[in-house]
Design a protein. Structure first.
Length: 264
């Protein structure tokens, strides 16, 4: 069976169309489906402002919606294209929003927004496997929704440390619960890399983030204990590559990196 894995597309349909998709049995995506240039610019601007002790810049509702729609429309375009060739299994990265999150953002900015999960779920050949254990023709696949591990908060020390730690604790506990339910799987898919493995932040990030490890210790612990055959991730584009953790082959596919696996 041929399984094509593609790293974070970020809405780059031109790169996606250059990948040989014909003849594969399944396509797996590591999250960050859509383009997030506007959202990233806005977020990084406020990260730098907080670092300098300045108040955050407030963006207009129209600016917020424009950033949201950039990610939404490009996500739909990429997934729709790929689903014409084979079933698509995807998890969410830090670009995508759940229906609940979208509803909250819409209320906050006072403008209507489309629901990505609702849209993708209606597509033929598309399955969102956030925090789900699925079986594809005898191959067990565990999919993890993106979460911020508590070790990330300790490593990066955001200005709103207590608030972020409280949220990260909830996300980390939830991730542990699902990983325990998965047990041993053939393939584990998640967005951020395991801690210390292909996860070092490069020069595209704010200066005070560079050189730090952005991976998850919860995921690292699971891989060490359960040893899935393959582990697929993205998120840290500059960490693209492959490393072994025991018997597990860990692949960070970065930005639109890809590989076809023959798996029996």
């Amino acid at each position: 069976m041929k399984i094509l894995v593609i790293g974070d597309p970020h809405g780059n349909i031109e790169k996606i169309k250059k990948i040989p998709v014909k003849g594969v049995d399944l396509i797996i995506l590591t999250g960050d489906l859509g383009k997030a240039d506007l959202a990233r610019k806005m977020a990084f601007e406020n990260i730098e402002r907080r670092k300098k002790g300045l108040p955050e810049k407030e963006f207009s509702s129209q600016q917020e919606k424009k950033a949201f729609m950039e990610a939404y429309l490009s996500s739909v375009k990429v997934v729709k294209y790929l689903s014409n060739f084979a079933p698509v299994y995807t998890i969410y990265g830090n670009v995508e929003h759940s229906n609940k999150e979208t509803k909250e953002i819409s209320k906050e900015i006072g403008l209507p927004l489309p629901y990505l999960t609702k849209t993708l779920s209606k597509m033929k050949n598309v399955k969102i496997i956030n925090n789900k254990l699925v079986n594809f023709k005898g191959i067990s696949i565990g999919g993890m929704n993106y979460f911020i591990d508590t070790n990330w908060v300790k490593e990066f020390k955001p200005s709103d440390y207590k608030k972020r730690m409280k949220s990260a604790k909830k996300g980390t506990d939830k991730a542990k619960k699902y990983l325990n339910k998965f047990g041993v799987v053939d393939i584990l898919i998640h967005h951020q890399p395991p801690y210390g493995i292909l996860d070092k932040v490069g020069n595209m990030a704010p200066k005070h983030w560079r050189g730090k490890h952005a991976g998850s210790k919860v995921i690292l612990d699971y891989i060490k204990k359960k040893q899935p055959r393959y582990d697929f991730c993205g998120h840290i584009h500059e960490g693209e590559g492959m490393k072994n953790i025991g018997k597990t082959r860990v692949y960070n596919f970065g930005f639109c990196g890809w590989k076809i696996f023959d798996i029996n």
